[in-house]
Design a protein around this ligand. Structure first.
Ligand code: G4P
Ligand code: NA
Ligand code: NA
Length: 194
């Protein structure tokens, strides 16, 4: 997606050869027009799938998911990472390990909001080692819902998330695929789009 690539090149900060900081439009400040275009692109790619609901994870998955939900005219459910006072039972849960943070967090979704009738589109902001997406797939499986695929805003193609997801036979659609962050420079797997 060219407008996303352009934004990454213009505003992304390569913190190391592993980490891309995009706080100015995705992870802290959010660019609504870019999010709208991202939502439209996800909707276009999954247009034939009869999606009933989008499943994402707080916090940075929410903005692109809401825009995709608006476009597909379906609700958006986000898995919670922190214990909620009002969400205490009837939960689907999965344990998500972060290799970067070296910690495991339990994510949770109320059983009220995903059922076996659902055909889900899972969305997240980043695909790194795939652990969050695998956790969301596990929750979909517990609910008996089917999954049309996983939509990712920025994939780090040099990490093994895509590989782990493809092993589960799930479709992965990334709007930008970063092949390398070497020498402080972003290189895209899809090349520079015209
Ligand atoms: P990991 O094993 O490589 O750490 O991957 P994991 O999926 O556990 O990622 C941990 C957090 O870091 C996630 O956000 C993920 O989106 C984010 N992340 C991973 N790699 C990058 C990167 O290169 N750049 C940026 N900006 N984020 C990255 P989170 O902590 O759950 O935060 P949020 O969703 O609340 O923003
Ligand atoms: Na995230
Ligand atoms: Na994040």
């Amino acid at each position: 997606m060219k407008s996303l690539q352009d934004k990454i090149v213009k505003e992304g900060n390569v913190l190391s050869d592993q980490v891309l900081k995009v706080d100015s439009f995705l992870n802290h400040q959010v660019d609504p027009k870019l999010m709208k275009a991202i939502g439209q692109e996800f909707a276009r790619r999954f247009a034939d799938e009869k999606i009933t609901k989008i499943l994402t994870i707080e916090s940075s998955g929410i903005a692109p998911s809401v825009m995709a939900g608006l476009e597909l005219d379906v609700p958006v459910v986000f898995a919670r990472k922190r214990q909620s006072l009002t969400l205490i039972e009837n939960l689907y849960t999965a344990d998500v390990h972060s290799f970067t943070k070296q910690e495991t967090n339990r994510i949770a979704v109320s059983k009220s909001f995903i059922t076996e009738e659902d055909h889900l589109l899972i969305i997240d902001d980043f695909l790194a080692n795939g652990q969050a997406a695998l956790g969301l797939l596990e929750i979909a499986e517990q609910a008996g819902a089917s999954v049309a695929g996983i939509g990712i805003v920025i994939e780090k193609a040099f990490q093994n998330g895509r590989h782990l997801l493809l092993e589960k036979n799930v479709r992965v659609e990334s709007l930008a695929r970063v092949q390398s962050l070497a020498d402080g420079k972003v290189t895209f797997a899809e090349g520079v789009l015209a």
